[in-house]
Design a protein around this ligand. Structure first.
Ligand code: GLP
Length: 262
């Protein structure tokens, strides 16, 4: 186990650019299996990836993609579903065929969850998993209390998460109470994890995840158990971390942090 590498960048834009660079490098590996996330944080990453594909600098043609989660109970094609999000933001514009990307079935039961996990294994396992973090420290839709060895399954969303995510739904629509998410155990099997956090609203969750105790109360704290996690954050999200600057690149305004010695 080695502590997550924390990189602090000057802005959310730089965070997205750095994530897009790492994903692009990963996509150059043979048969890349990429884990993807939804939410607002990765939107700029997908813009960057789309631009790189459009200008011929990047191809996802040989990649297989797996998403973290999907809401339960949304009609097919609902604009707030994560499938619609991924079609809109990445898979549609780059023309990735439907058989190369997978989302958990939001309305599936244990058998569908097992076949989603089996598809990950059959693809060779996730090589690089992109993650955001919820204000309560959730990863995917693993809310506080989720077991660190949990697998893909249906979960109940907290009121806080439903309220936050209401901004992605048309006005007067009820945000689903349930979703299907990769488990924390599933996420931890990815060979490398890239966690992105931007903005003040994520500062508390990020500090608890990286420097608090490893606890089911903070799902993202499970990442402390993984040996290859890189955290990309902006100054706002990094403000509650107690760290020392280990390196500084004046060209990219990038600070490499290590935990401060008490
Ligand atoms: C969502 C997703 C997570 C995401 C998180 C943060 O509900 N299920 O995968 O990381 O919440 O979202 P945002 O980037 O919009 O803050």
């Amino acid at each position: 186990m080695s502590a997550p590498r924390i990189e602090v960048l000057a802005s959310a834009r730089e965070v997205a650019g750095r994530a897009a660079d790492r994903i692009s490098a990963f996509l150059a590996s043979p048969a890349p299996v990429l884990g993807l996330a939804t939410g607002r944080t990765p939107l700029a990453v997908y813009t960057a990836l789309r631009d790189r594909v459009a200008t011929g600098q990047l191809s996802l043609a040989h990649a297989i993609c797996f998403n973290l989660d999907e809401y339960s109970g949304l009609p097919g094609g609902h604009p707030a579903s994560f499938e619609s999000y991924m079609r809109r933001e990445l898979f549609g514009p780059i023309g990735l065929p439907d058989d190369r990307w997978h989302l958990p079935d939001g309305d599936g039961g244990p058998a569908e969850a097992r076949s989603f996990e089996a598809a990950i294994v059959a693809a060779g396992g996730i090589g690089l998993q992109l993650l955001g973090i919820g204000r309560n420290g959730h990863i995917g839709f693993n809310e506080p209390g989720a077991a660190h060895d949990s697998r893909t399954r249906q979960v109940r969303l907290t009121e806080q998460t439903r309220q936050t995510n209401a901004q992605d739904f048309p006005a007067n629509t009820v945000v689903p109470e349930y979703a299907v998410t990769m488990g924390i155990g599933t996420i931890l099997e990815a060979r490398e994890i890239l966690l992105m956090a931007t903005g003040t609203a994520k500062a508390e969750a990020l500090a608890a995840a990286l420097q608090g105790p490893v606890s089911e109360a903070v799902p993202a704290s499970a990442l402390q158990r993984h040996s290859r996690v890189t955290v990309l954050c902006d100054f706002a999200a990094a403000q509650l971390l107690s760290c020392q600057v280990a390196s500084c690149d004046p060209k990219t305004a990038l600070l490499g942090l290590v935990p401060s010695v008490e």
